[in-house]
Design a protein around this ligand. Structure first.
Ligand SMILES: Nc1ncnc2c1ncn2[C@@H]1O[C@H](COP(=O)(O)OP(=O)(O)OP(=O)(O)O)[C@@H](O)[C@H]1O
Length: 472
């Protein structure tokens, strides 16, 4: 089975005020100059898929500046069992600009309202005509507050309830940070993996984070109290701390066990894929380094973690924060037993990051029975020829692949694979979106009056696509 996105629509997501784009199976290249919003488009898919973006740690930057909420809507369809064969699908890649504008406008260049409304007219696009069943998922991202989701216009759900429905795997220039960066990057990877692999993971993670915050607030409060004070407030704070510590241990153990399962399943494939990609005598390994290390040693670690907290309590109060807990977990990535972060070359780190992502891709495919959508975000500009080929060899076999590229030179050559890619011109997409927006704001009479006045003053007939011939 392969879930593919047949349509993506954004409202107030990052730099996209409004945008609708139809997607096909196979390879699609999203091309446009720097800053046009290519990454923002694929980032929306990452958020819908995993509940987070590897670029940010909160929802705020995902919402267009000046707005309160952003909406991501996708139509998804099952593309069948086989990895796609895109050769016949993309026989004529040059036809895409026409295809794109035809989706949104009638022959007079006027907005086709039916196609603008999401999933209302499911027979309106080529890709959806052949789809057996289309499901619409809508995600609302709030700058502040809880993110929500709906499936086929049904009841409002928490975003975390729909994670894993549309698995995706993003390969990005930041992937190297998985090896060279801070533990936060590796925890982010683990959390995205958990959200797609384990039902309930995002729930447990959120609960644990909330408890950690409450506990940290209480520790700060205790830290601020004059030393030796034994007022009623302080006593109730101490009681509160005991309760929060108990809950933190409970939720923390649950989260640690889930992360342990993920790493146990990833370690073997990671080592094997690295060997294959690197083709060297050195062997890579990955292991979980939980902050609640007692979980590794014992099936019932509550007692020993509780004792650990008692030992570090003075230090926690002095610093006003949680000194242990899953928010301090890490993954140890090694090359021949030596920490890769300190010894591996840039190229080796790239290969390790690639191997980690490919291992997770395999695990998701195995667990969910569906092939994740592959996103290659601006990676070709960063990689040498060997790694370009490795990532392409992997990607072209998958059901749906979205590649962003700023320069024509960064568009991979797919001819060796006997396939062609559809190209989406982001500048054209922006123009279409802007046109749709202005059409939305103006009624027909107003548009006609504006055209008449322009014609009268300039003597120029506006072209069908809204560009004056004189200035084009
Ligand atoms: N919350 C936001 N509101 C409005 N604009 C935003 C927001 N977040 C990011 N942007 C804008 O989005 C643009 C960057 O978009 P994006 O990262 O998708 O570009 P890109 O086409 O991938 O560029 P590059 O090729 O350089 O990677 C920037 O101009 C940035 O100012």
């Amino acid at each position: 089975m392969g879930v593919i996105i047949t349509r993506l629509a954004l409202d107030h997501f990052r730099s996209w005020d409004h945008c609708v784009v139809d997607l096909d199976p196979g390879v699609t290249i999203i091309q446009g100059a720097n800053g046009q919003g290519k990454t923002n488009l694929v980032e929306a898919i990452e958020v819908l898929s995993t509940g987070s973006s590897h670029r940010v740690s909160s929802s705020l930057p995902l919402v267009e500046r000046g707005q309160d909420t952003a909406t991501i809507r996708v139509n998804i369809a099952d593309n069948g069992d086989e990895p796609r064969s895109s050769a016949e699908h993309h026989a004529n890649p040059e036809s895409h600009s026409d295809y794109m504008s035809a989706e949104f406008h009638d022959d007079n260049g006027k907005l086709n309202e039916k196609q603008d409304s999401f999933s209302v007219d499911r027979s309106s696009t080529r890709s959806e005509q052949s789809s057996p069943a289309v499901t619409t998922i809508e995600v609302t991202i709030r700058a502040r507050g809880t993110n929500r989701a709906r499936i086929d216009g049904g009841r409002s759900l928490y975003l975390r309830e729909i994670l894993g429905r549309v698995p995706s795997m993003s390969f990005t220039p930041e992937d190297q940070w998985l090896i060279s960066g801070d533990p936060a990057a590796r925890r982010g990877f683990l959390d995205q993996a958990g959200a797609m692999l384990i039902p309930g993971y995002a729930d447990v993670h959120q609960r644990c984070t909330k408890i950690a915050k409450q506990r940290a607030a209480l520790l700060k409060h205790l830290a601020a109290a004059p030393s030796g004070e034994t007022t009623g407030i302080n006593e109730s704070s101490l009681n509160g701390l005991e309760i929060w510590t108990g809950q933190f241990i409970e939720a923390g153990i649950e989260l640690t066990r889930m992360r342990m399962r993920i790493l146990d399943a990833l370690a073997g494939p990671f080592a094997a894929i690295y060997d294959e990609l690197a083709g060297s005598a050195q062997h890579a390994a990955v292991a979980y380094v939980p902050s609640f290390e007692e979980v590794l040693a014992s099936p019932s670690p509550h007692q020993s973690i509780s004792q650990h907290f008692q030992r570090i309590y003075p230090g926690e109060v002095a610093r006003g924060r949680n000194l242990i807990g899953p928010h301090r977990d890490d993954m140890a990535v090694t090359l021949d037993g030596i920490p890769a972060k300190e010894f591996a070359s840039n190229g080796e780190m790239w290969t390790m990051a690639l191997a980690l992502k490919m291992a997770l891709f395999g695990l998701i495919t195995q667990t969910s029975g569906t092939t994740p959508i592959v996103i290659l975000d601006d990676v070709f500009a960063q990689l040498d020829e060997t790694r370009r080929r490795q990532i392409l060899d992997f990607a072209v076999k998958q059901n749906q692949v979205l590649i962003t590229a700023a320069a024509a030179g960064d568009i991979p050559d797919l001819s060796a694979y006997g396939t062609a890619a559809r190209i989406i011109d982001v500048a054209a997409l922006r123009r279409t979106a802007a046109q749709q927006e202005s059409d939305r704001l103006l009624d027909d009479d107003t548009i006609a009056r504006i055209k008449a006045v322009r014609e009268h003053h300039t003597g120029i007939q506006p072209a069908a696509d809204g560009v004056d011939e004189a200035s084009a």
